[in-house]
Design a protein. Sequence first.
Length: 347
Amino acid sequence: MYRFTNDYSEGAHPSILAALAETNLEGNFGYGCDPHCERAAALIREKIGRPDADVHFLVGGTQTNATCICAFLRPHEAVISAATGHVCVHETGAIEATGHKCLAMPCGPDGKLTPDAVRAAVAAHPDEHMVKPRLVYISNTTETGGAYTAAELAALRAVCDELGLLLYLDGARLASALACGGASFEELAALCDAFTIGGTKNGALFGEAVCILNPALKPDFRYILKQHGGMLAKGWLLGVQFEQLMADGLYEQLGQHSTRMAQRLAAGLEKLGVAFGSPSPSNQVFPILPDEVLKKLEGSFHWEAQGPAQPGFTRIRLVCSWATCEEAVAAFLLAAEQALADCPACL
């Protein structure tokens, strides 16, 4: 079976496994206070062009978002997010569990939050009888595969400065955003108060890196990190992985591969007359296929069903990873072509 379910179905890039094996019996200090975490952080600072950045390593995305938002906000402050944002939809109320409300704002099919939506959220919460909007949460890429460009990020930065808000970017799929025209590492570092670099979905066994740029957000972060269970005792396992990802352009190369494979899928399906639920230049694509066709593909391929698009049609998500091979893409397109040919009325 070929899996297009997500971009973390495989283990880790071979160079990461080799580095973990090589350092297995090395012996290291715990809790991220080891030479590997130090070097990985130095490589990240160099890559983003910010020697003043504080860099921390956590295990997973939800843990990272909840820890950061809790650390950055006072108890009465709230998060502004697109209604489809990961913190609103796919984190089981993790942000609310820390005492901070998520303000879910309307967005387009690309999943992007706009300056006007940010202004509307602030205007709707004018006094102390309501939570106070304080942090703008976005992700690159979005849940529907959109990528914020540098210009779009700069527009959000401007409205945040105007309204006294923090700008936080979730980079769980940052590698794909970089590959499809999203804001660069340097632009993220110049425009965000903090952002994350996702490893879990780009070749690591696990791991996210947090880059804190705003000096006001740096103090005592490790206290919150520990309190929220995010301080891994064997922290060097994170450092070793990010050492590999940040060296010699590997992080970017893996994102380019996953994105290229997904866009090859999208182009092939488009040639077959398939419609899409949302525009996506990234490593996630969202075709709408007849249920009859999907039944014929089941067993040979796996995807995530996202619900009916219209009677007899389902919107699915196909995700490519650093390990997706050209053979898998070709096999899916061939099978889809055959299934559609057997169902001429489907499209």
